[in-house]
Design a protein around this ligand. Structure first.
Ligand code: ATP
Ligand code: MG
Length: 586
């Protein structure tokens, strides 16, 4: 074992075990790498690969990244980092229809936001599968030449029909034994645009009776007269994902190609393609190997690009960065942090079998990280006036509050105490319930960082609504002074001066779905949308937040963690609730 593996303290998992074994067996000791991706001839002229392993994160740029992708990003980039390897960011852009530059850019910024880059020594490992179209075309030609591929002119329905089922073998295509020269010529003409979409495909010639349906002569190239966001009109034929992916991995010298479990049945085809292209002299060894892990399924959340697109397009949310949707853009706006995601991926680990992870685990991780990093501030979310009767009208006094109770290095701040304050409506009850220890007539509570007060009653409007709570303060009981402990109270409430508090708007977010597995009952996840996933209200903020900027994060004492929204302005402060202090979901 190398030093890196010995000194690496990350949680073990089956992929780490494989990597450590591969390294100790010196499996990649003779691996050649020519600095950038390429075929055998190219890499044969290279040097011993300076990267001990190579992994990749290969998103298709057809949507925004979501929390599930974060798991894959931490896994792939994390492994490369821990084992002195390189992780490539590769855009798997082989399907022109739904891909575009906007998605490419958003993916780049999300991966960076999570704290990763694709630099390894002097390499910049940012790649596009579309850059390999020529090499993929040559690979397909090589397969034809070694009689491992043919042009099929059956209709799409016929191909489907003749594929057979899980219990019955497929039927050979009548075009399966087409002579090699004719296949080559037709393939070239396909590329030149002589034929229409769907009129023919190039298929691998494997075994129509294979028990693995994926090996029954899968299609590897199809005609698609569609403009591509990077290659424009250059190509009108595009490789199928299952053909393209192993080639992309091999050209990039990937050692461990890690994907989600649904690709397990594709692994034999992955290996078949690479083996045949190695035999044809197109690819060099060691060939990449595919490993599957369980995708992240999170309760109360949908993690599928299709569903996320639907939520956005049908206006169930306000956009790709709505703080309620599980895109990384949404999570970021909500106040979820890269450190929180890191903790989360460590905590849930990497498994070989699918399972559901409870959403509260993710929230706990965000809480844990914010608890240590977020400075404290006071906000009154549901304001009610409190008048201190025995103070003069112009009374003002500084109260000292720690910016972080466990981190004295962050210092203190002052909050002005005045005669008229804002408190939370819920901190007063005219007729207290059992175990209610806060304000009610006759009871004493501490105004946090200030004095103990005695409640003496309240005022109501003509409809009977409480509009003011009245109290007297008790001198010599100020927090931090010798008299502070002279009176013991059970309640400790936060407050803000009506004279100094700032106005703001808060967005209290809750889960977007009300059921653990959205759609599991009715088969339509949209039926399970939480009608109360957002509550907007006018709130009061402590005066020290006057210069709050978009992205600033705080704990609002007794409430939870909050972030200043990206659209917030000095004249209109907008705040998003990231997560409450405790798990309140019932
Ligand atoms: P979707 O299924 O939502 O359309 P996708 O898997 O098609 O997403 P890709 O762009 O192909 O999205 O994914 C890039 C990488 O992210 C893949 O390697 C894939 O395995 C991984 N990935 C996607 N979703 C998850 C998830 N829920 N958990 C873990 N990894 C995931
Ligand atoms: Mg996919």
């Amino acid at each position: 074992m190398t030093n890196q593996t010995e000194s690496n303290e990350s949680t073990p998992n089956f992929i780490r075990t494989i990597i450590e074994k591969n390294i100790s067996q010196k499996l990649f000791a003779n691996k050649k790498w020519a600095g950038v991706p390429g075929n055998k001839t190219h890499h044969d002229n290279g040097i011993q690969d300076p990267a001990k392993i190579r992994t990749r994160f290969p998103p298709e740029p057809n949507g925004y990244l979501h929390i599930g992708h974060a798991k894959s990003i931490f896994l792939n980039f994390g492994l490369a980092k821990d084992y002195s390897g390189a992780c490539h960011l590769r855009f798997d852009d082989t399907n022109p229809e739904k891909e575009n530059k906007e998605f490419v850019e958003s993916i780049i910024s999300d991966v960076k936001w999570l704290g990763f880059d694709w630099k390894f020594k002097n390499e910049l490992n940012l790649y596009y599968a579309s850059d390999y179209f020529e090499l993929m075309y040559e690979a397909a030609q090589a397969l034809i030449k070694s009689n491992y591929a043919y042009i099929d002119q059956q209709s799409i329905e016929e191909i489907k029909e003749n594929r057979g089922t899980l219990t019955s073998p497929g039927k050979n295509s009548p075009f399966r034994e087409r002579p090699q020269e004719e296949n080559l010529k037709l393939f070239e003409e396909m590329k030149e645009g002589k034929y229409s979409d769907g009129s023919m495909v190039l298929r691998a010639k494997i075994d129509m009776a294979s028990p693995n349906i994926n090996l029954r002569d899968p299609s590897i190239y199809r005609i698609k007269k569609e403009s591509h966001h990077r290659t424009g009109e250059t190509w009108c034929i595009y490789p199928m994902y299952t053909f393209a992916h192993p080639i992309e991995d091999a050209l990039e010298g990937i050692t461990h190609s890690i994907c989600t479990l649904e690709f397990e049945d594709q692994r034999p085809f992955y290996d078949w393609i690479l083996e045949k292209l190695f035999e044809s002299g197109i690819l060099n060894q060691p060939l990449p190997k595919q490993y599957e892990f369980a995708r992240l399924n999170l309760t109360y959340v949908v993690l599928s690009k299709r569903k996320l697109i639907e939520l956005v397009e049908n206006n169930h949310v306000t956009g790709w960065d709505d703080p309620r949707i599980p895109t990384l853009k949404g999570a970021r706006r909500r106040g979820y942090t890269p450190e929180g995601f890191k903790l989360f991926t460590e905590r849930i680990g990497v498994a070989k079998a699918d399972s559901w992870i409870d959403y509260s685990i993710l929230e706990d991780c965000m809480r844990e990280v914010l608890n240590s990093s977020a400075p404290r501030r006071v906000a009154v979310l549901d304001p009610l006036k409190l008048i201190i009767n025995n103070l003069p009208d112009d009374f003002e006094e500084d109260c000292f509050a720690p910016n972080h109770p466990q981190n004295s290095k962050l210092g203190n701040r002052t909050i002005k105490l005045t005669k008229e304050l804002w408190i939370e409506k819920a901190d007063f009850m005219e007729e207290p319930e059992k175990k209610f220890f806060r304000l009610f007539p006759g009871n004493q509570v501490r105004l946090r960082y200030g004095y103990v007060v005695t409640c003496i009653g309240c005022e109501k409007d003509k409809n009977g609504n409480i509009i003011k709570v009245l109290c007297d303060y008790i001198p010599d009981t100020k927090s931090g002074t010798p008299g502070a402990d002279s009176i013991k109270v059970k309640g400790n409430i936060h407050w803000l001066s009506t004279k100094y508090a700032l106005n703001a708007e808060v967005f209290l977010y809750d889960r977007l779905f009300i059921s653990e597995q959205p759609g599991s009952k009715s088969n339509n996840y949209l039926d399970d949308i939480n009608p109360n996933s957002i509550k907007v209200s006018k709130i009061k903020l402590e005066e020290n937040l006057i210069d709050i900027n978009p992205g600033d994060q705080y704990q609002f004492e007794r409430h939870g963690y909050f972030i200043c929204d990206q659209e917030s302005k000095k004249s209109h402060i907008k705040i998003n609730r990231t997560v409450t202090l405790r798990d309140t979901w019932k």
